[in-house]
Ligand binder design. Sequence first.
Ligand SMILES: Nc1ncnc2c1ncn2[C@@H]1O[C@H](COP(=O)(O)OP(=O)(O)OP(=O)(O)O)[C@@H](O)[C@H]1O
Length: 330
Amino acid sequence: MSISVTGANKHYGDFAALDNVSIDIPEGSLTSLLGPSGSGKSTLLRSIAGLDSLDSGSIEINGKDVTHASPQQRDIGFVFQHYAAFKHLSVRDNVAFGLKIRKKPKAEVEAKVDELLEIVGLVGFQRRFPAQLSGGQRQRMALARALAVDPKVLLLDEPFGALDAKVREDLRKWLRRLHDEVHVTTVLVTHDQQEALDVSDRIAVLNKGRIEQIGTPDDLYDRPANVFVASFLGSTVRVNGELVRPHDIRLGRTPELAWPSLDAELDTGVIKATVQRVVHLGFETRVDLVATATGEEFLAQVTRGDANALGLRTGEEVYARATKVPEISA
Ligand SMILES: Nc1ncnc2c1ncn2[C@@H]1O[C@H](COP(=O)(O)OP(=O)(O)OP(=O)(O)O)[C@@H](O)[C@H]1O
């Protein structure tokens, strides 16, 4: 089912949590709402769910106006960051809960729960209680429970937010596979750009209650609409007044060895700089630099191999040449 939000406004006092937000979410897509804390992501998601009401604007699900419909009438599955499982029920009974209260025939419930436990990889854990699961397993149970009643739409508010980085990464890969199997129209709230880039078909970047840009991960990365989007999708630095990404900076011992950009229009030209610090971060190496001409501080990210080949040390001079972030600076 597609979702269409048009001209949504929501104020808390004179603070605009949503400021004239419009977004179309295509049927079967996985769309992320990405933005910093307080940008209005949860407010937008809760409005789609019917848990918050808009001051003005409208929401349609599959062409039907649901602006004033109750959450129950919207056929939505919802998973929050801190999922409230029924502690006294087994994993199996938690997943079956929505089906049982809808008084589905027993055989149908059993078959559906078997299928979902399989999909979320919790078959071996079905007799356990929520307290006996890891955080990641609990969130998978939450997703199974939300999917049990065949919702038209799945809304996820930072579902992996409370988990550590490695588990988050595993779960988002798993979520993407799950989505490819189940195809339910899904909206995911996240403040984590890697998560959004990894799982989404489309991303809407929010800032101060407004949508800055909507597009595919590639659209946003390759053609950011503005500095906010570019900076939120990855780190950026200013070099000679130009916005660049640290890993788009090439370093050389001579001006000629700092390679030009493939796209001449996006080339910053050669910038002489002094190395302040070299920090090895696993595969990558961060080189903190100061531009000789302007005193401007910036950093470059190079591979460990390149850094070793350059053999840079604090206080040495080096030549930097970067590719500007497209669109904005072009
Ligand atoms: N019930 C409320 N009363 C007053 N202000 C609220 C209420 N709910 C949200 N807000 C404010 O609206 C703004 C948007 O909140 P929202 O939860 O949508 O942001 P978010 O982008 O989801 O942030 P986070 O990532 O921190 O959850 C915030 O500044 C928040 O303080």
